[in-house]
Design a protein around this ligand. Structure first.
Ligand SMILES: NC(=O)C1=CN([C@@H]2O[C@H](COP(=O)(O)OP(=O)(O)OC[C@H]3O[C@@H](n4cnc5c(N)ncnc54)[C@H](OP(=O)(O)O)[C@@H]3O)[C@@H](O)[C@H]2O)C=CC1
Ligand SMILES: O=C(O)[C@@H]1CCC=N1
Length: 267
């Protein structure tokens, strides 16, 4: 098997859908397990991947093994698989707060580990993933895993200390962006637009704005200024957003998110 997933919930399914769609790995080369059997069967049917109840089977047969359970279950899963993990297997973690050192310690032996933080837009090939590796992983292996993860979006190598910031700015961030889209739709509904149409206008605008930042390379503030006609409608909205604490609300939310990531298991 090329890709194995222990835990097949929201994030694993988004990643699997992304790599299959991009034809990076075929469904026949992907295997997954999940404690929640109905969840697993549904994923197996919908994605066409192989499923199993046996985490050890996945650990011993996968070239790239993705630990896609909640952080609190990491130690339990690692203890279960450490004796059977293949020597050449690269373990990929996706949990906030789980450092390379902690994961190494849990395995109790030298294992190739790549720590990542993906996000759910992986499902539609538009994910953002950060990664860093321990000293057991070769450049070639890093390249291979990066190429696989690029199947579902953009991937950047980061220093490990950046990971909590990454959780705040991309791992968790789709949730706040979805809240923004929903709020934009609410505002349009308030003014009489139908809900479905409002959602499309809102989502297309968020997508287009992100694309402009990425493709023009211009500072977001400059792009904002281009929308604000003097004495116009937009600057009225900007004035109100500033008064309502839009920016500080987001920054404070992200600070809380990063802090939670850093202290994930200490709370
Ligand atoms: N959702 C997201 O947007 C993102 C999530 N992540 C990380 O991805 C990981 C998974 O998150 P997410 O997909 O949201 O969580 P989910 O709860 O949707 O999926 C995790 C699944 O793993 C199952 N599971 C628990 N223990 C075991 C076990 N011992 N063996 C096999 N399966 C098991 C769970 O079953 P049960 O429910 O019965 O416990 C559950 O179905 C987490 O570490 C999370 O922090 C990272 C980036 C983004
Ligand atoms: O909410 C969480 O803990 C996970 C990690 C990043 C996104 N979801």
């Amino acid at each position: 098997m090329k890709l194995g997933f222990i835990g097949c919930g929201n994030m694993a399914q988004a990643m699997i859908a992304g790599v299959i769609k991009a034809k990076i790995v075929s469904e026949k080369e992907i295997i997954a397990s999940d404690k929640h059997r109905p969840n697993l069967e549904k994923a197996g049917e919908q994605l066409g991947i192989k499923i199993t109840d046996d985490n050890k089977e996945i650990a011993s047969s996968s070239k790239i093994l993705i630990l896609s359970v909640k952080p609190v279950f990491y130690d339990e899963v690692i203890q279960e698989i450490t004796s059977v993990i293949g020597e050449e297997t690269v373990v990929v973690t996706i949990a906030p707060g789980k450092t390379l050192e902690e994961v190494e310690r849990a395995f109790g032996k030298k294992v190739k580990i790549i720590r990542t933080m993906p996000n759910t837009p992986a499902m539609v090939g538009a994910g953002m993933t950060a990664m860093c590796a321990n000293d057991q992983v070769s450049e070639k292996e890093i390249h291979k895993v990066k190429e696989t993860l690029e199947g579902f979006g953009r991937v950047e190598m980061v220093s490990e200390y950046m990971m909590d910031a990454v959780v705040a700015v991309s791992g968790s961030a789709p949730a706040y962006v979805f809240m923004l889209i929903d709020a934009l739709a609410d505002g349009a509904v308030l003014k009489g637009m139908g809900r479905r149409e409002a959602r499309i206008f809102a989502a297309q605008t968020v997508m287009g704005s992100g694309k402009m930042v990425l493709e023009t390379g211009l500072h977001p503030a400059e792009l904002k200024d281009m929308v604000c006609s003097p004495g116009g409608t937009t600057i009225e909205a900007v004035r109100k957003l500033e008064a309502e604490g839009f920016r500080s609300g987001i920054i404070e939310a992200m600070a809380a998110c990063a802090e939670k990531s850093q202290n994930m298991e200490k709370d």
